[in-house]
Design a protein around this ligand. Structure first.
Ligand code: NAP
Length: 466
């Protein structure tokens, strides 16, 4: 029997669309089709692959407005952010369309007179991707574009909350001339996709963006067939404001990194760590700016903060806020909710909590919501200790105009991405990814395509003997 999934608008609870789940047999057929298509796509020359990616990018640009609207309806983010995400998603296609033409090998100077040592690069094969709901366009193109550029075929399972954006992007890729079996989408539950993808001997690589616990299960189940994995997992970003920082800039950039997508980003600041001499001033200013952020339906152009994705997310965030208040945190902004359980929408007013302490849940768990807990430090080493005291290592931010302070912080923070006086660090041409339990590998930049390539070394001997 065909299973139907309703995609709902998290701002209203209304049904946006219905999609059919693929059966396991249909998913296995798609895997086989992707494997067969790989035999041809890998031989399609790099300039042709680049050209097709370029056409895909143009079509996505052309349909930017309608894609942004679909994204806002299924994800809840404000329209301006959805438009920004379409641009960001396209920037990965553009970047890797160019990188396709630069998959150079090399000749290594030989240790013997009669040998030539060659290194060449080859696509890993059929790639399976599982993506999250918080960036339904960019998390897909950040994987698909380098995979296709490298000569891999690609099959993606988007989150069930937000499949529509991905489905539309895949349709446009086909319209651009990328063969249907080269880029496919499947609709199913995560657990089923995880099992079928990792068990399949036809799939050579798993690329996942999502939570750390699910990432760990995928790493374990990929071991049986020794698949290559790329894991973009959770974060718990610290944001340090040093004694000499420009407070206006630090507040403005904290708003940028903390409240984008209603705080539902893996790189959003989760712990604000401010020097004790300026913490009260910083907290007051941050609260005053936070109170100006308009909460509402993302389809309203004046909205800055949309709903959180679902009830489970809402409950986790409220638990962290309640726990912090019970342990002595002071609410300087927000701390209120607009919720309708029956309709199914959950808005959290952006919240600033002063006097956060180490015993609070929020200082140790990823929040994934619009809550900014502020704590203080007296020495740089103390700030670094607080910042690094987590299994996560994705993004960290700090604000200082003193090069010695900045150099010390960047050298000692155990994070894959660092923003120094900068709260908006993402771009297609830079490596994105985390240390520790935030992931394995990098996406974006020249590192991002390496994940889809195998290295072949050939030693050609007896060159002088014939
Ligand atoms: P999630 O629960 O891990 O879900 C992500 C994807 O995994 C969804 O497509 C989901 O499918 C699927 N999934 C669920 N259970 C699975 C299983 N057992 N096996 C295989 N796949 C499974 O994460 P989320 O709550 O959607 O996203 C938020 C998390 O993603 C946060 O921790 C955030 O930090 C992280 N994130 C990281 C990055 C990064 O680049 N590092 C970027 C964005 C988000 P369903 O549709 O069935 O749920």
């Amino acid at each position: 029997m065909t299973e139907i999934v309703q995609v709902k608008n998290p701002a209203t609870g209304e049904v946006v669309d219905e999609i059919k789940r693929d059966t396991e047999a249909q998913i296995n057929e798609k895997i086989e089709a992707g494997y067969t298509a790989f035999q041809t796509w890998k031989k399609t020359n790099a300039h042709k692959r680049s050209e097709l990616l370029g056409k895909w990018s143009s079509l996505v640009r052309e349909h930017k407005e309608s894609i942004a609207e679909v994204m806002t309806k299924e994800n809840g983010k404000p329209l301006a952010e959805s438009r920004g995400e379409v641009d960001y998603a396209v920037s990965y296609i553009d970047w890797y369309a160019e990188e396709a033409k630069r998959l150079y090998g090399r000749i290594i100077p030989s240790h013997a007179d009669d040998k030539q040592l060659e290194v060449t690069k080859h696509p890993v094969g059929l790639v399976a991707a599982i993506t999250p709901w918080n960036f339904p366009a960019a998390m897909m193109t950040r994987k698909a574009a380098p995979a296709l550029a490298a000569g891999c075929t690609f099959i993606v399972k988007p989150a069930e909350e937000t499949p529509l954006t991905t489905i539309r992007l895949v349709e446009l890729a086909h319209e651009a001339g990328i063969p249907e079996d080269v880029l496919q989408v499947v609709s199913t539950r995560g657990s089923i996709a995880g099992r079928l993808f990792t068990e399949s001997k036809l799939i050579n690589k798993i690329t996942f963006t999502g939570s750390t616990p699910i990432g760990k299960t995928l790493i374990k189940s990929s071991a049986d067939t020794v698949k290559s994995v790329t894991m973009e997992l959770g974060g718990h970003a610290p944001l340090i404001v040093a004694e000499d920082a420009n407070i206006d800039l630090a507040v403005q950039q904290t708003i940028v990194t903390k409240f984008r997508n209603a705080g539902q980003t893996c790189v959003c600041a989760n712990r604000i760590i401010v020097h004790e001499s300026i913490v009260d001033r910083f907290a007051e200013q941050l609260a005053a700016e936070t109170k100006k952020l308009k909460v509402g339906n993302g389809l309203d152009e004046s909205t800055v903060i949309g709903p959180v994705i679902n009830k489970g997310a809402y409950e986790k965030i409220v638990e962290q806020i309640d726990d912090a208040i019970a342990k002595g945190a002071k609410v300087l902004a927000g701390g209120s909710y607009d919720v309708d359980d029956e309709k199914g929408y959950y808005f959290i007013h952006p919240t600033v909590l002063a006097k956060a302490t180490d015993d609070m849940l929020i200082m140790h768990e990823e929040t994934f919501g619009p809550v900014a807990p502020i704590t203080s430090f007296s020495s740089l080493d103390e700030a670094i200790k607080i910042a690094n005291d987590t299994p996560y290592g994705l993004a960290a931010y700090f604000f200082t105009n003193d090069y010695r302070t900045g150099t010390y912080l960047k050298d000692n923070l155990d994070y894959g991405i660092i923003g120094w006086n900068d709260g908006a660090v993402s771009a297609a041409h830079v490596p994105f990814g985390g240390m520790k339990e935030s992931g394995l590998g990098r996406e974006g930049g020249m590192e991002g395509i390496e994940a889809y390539l195998e290295t072949k070394y050939v030693s050609i001997g007896s060159l002088l003997t014939e």
